[in-house]
Design a protein around this ligand. Sequence first.
Ligand SMILES: [Mn+2]
Length: 440
Amino acid sequence: MLKTVSEQAFEQRRSALLAQLEDNCAVMIKSAPMVSRNSDVDYLFRQDSTFFYFTGFDEPDALALITKKAGKLEYHLFCQPRNPEMEIWYGYRCGEVGVVESFGADMGYSNLDLDEKIPRLLDGISHLYYSLGRAALNTQVNGWLSTMRSRSRAGVVTPSHLLQLDDISHEMRLIKSPAEQDMMRAAAKISADAHIKAMLACQPGVMEYQLDAHIQHHFAMQGAGQAAYPSIVGGGKNACILHYINNNQVLNAGELVLIDAGAEYQYYAGDITRTYPVNGKFSPEQKALYELTLKANLSCIAMIKPGTNFNAIHECAVEIITKGLVELGLLSGAIDELIEQEAHRKFFMHKLGHWLGMDVHDVGNYKIDGQWRELQAGMVMTVEPGIYVASDDTEVEARWRGIGIRIEDDVLVTEDGCEVMSRAVPKSVTEIEALMRQGN
Ligand SMILES: [Mn+2]
């Protein structure tokens, strides 16, 4: 059964957004465009997350304008006009009438009328909020404001404040409603089960892309039509390339494989990484570094609850990994000094995690007034410590070289702690080795 947030949710979000803004304001949100791949073939369309969050409308080349005058909201939605010829080739369009009937707009318009209608709708509005910093939208807005200024003698009043919508919309997206949490649980569960499928299919001689094929097949069969991002499937030293997506090498016995893959379900992302031995059995070195990474993963997850400082979790991982690398002989020196010098960055060069939501690297500020923020219930973050030993690192013993490990979970902050939404996929050495024995 396909889950989705209720239709009322979109209207509630628009109201909640406008309730935070002064009177005589307007909010403008633009959809994603179609992007050409070559000749008349386009890339698969994916709606802009913020646009979808506030409209629920999944067509390209649309624009939402919500005005508030004397406390009264009006929702104007511009969309592709109905066009029998185009619809034969590219499919159904909702159209100006349809967006009023099905998507709650007060007024629907053709996007061909933007230049005529927008300057009229903005007349008398003092504060205009939109996503500043997007070149295409900025150019359009400048054009509309210029049109309005040229009509000033006719009494047209141009907005005097142009404001960043992202600060407000991103903060709303950062805290997931119960319905959104359900979507994210579904995305995480589909992603976790796909990782299990890949683990069962893994054996020496298999190609990296073949493991990804098992994952993509599971996503699609579970109703997650797209992945949230291109999978990383890195065998051996490829695991040390953080954004490796070539996925075209053979997997060899004796090496680990790192898979970072997540489904997108109803616009919400899963983002899971697991690392395991291609032949199903960890070598002593692989096991030592793996268990150190796992210790960091588990200790960080244990810290997650409302009020925890975002960066304190990262610092916890740094401390565990630094100590562990000293114990194993990959780093040497006093722990305090090594932490001070950020010596871990040679082996653990990324942050512990990021917000997760409609975008895999989701929106939302990490600092407020210059300080790392505290976690709140409804936030979702990844916990993904990693240890990567470059294959040409002659400062460490040869037996450690070319081992790359990351263990990533999707964690929802709850009222009294957290929920590991990606928990279905094994991560202890014993569990992984037991599961992989079933596969072979
Ligand atoms: Mn991630």
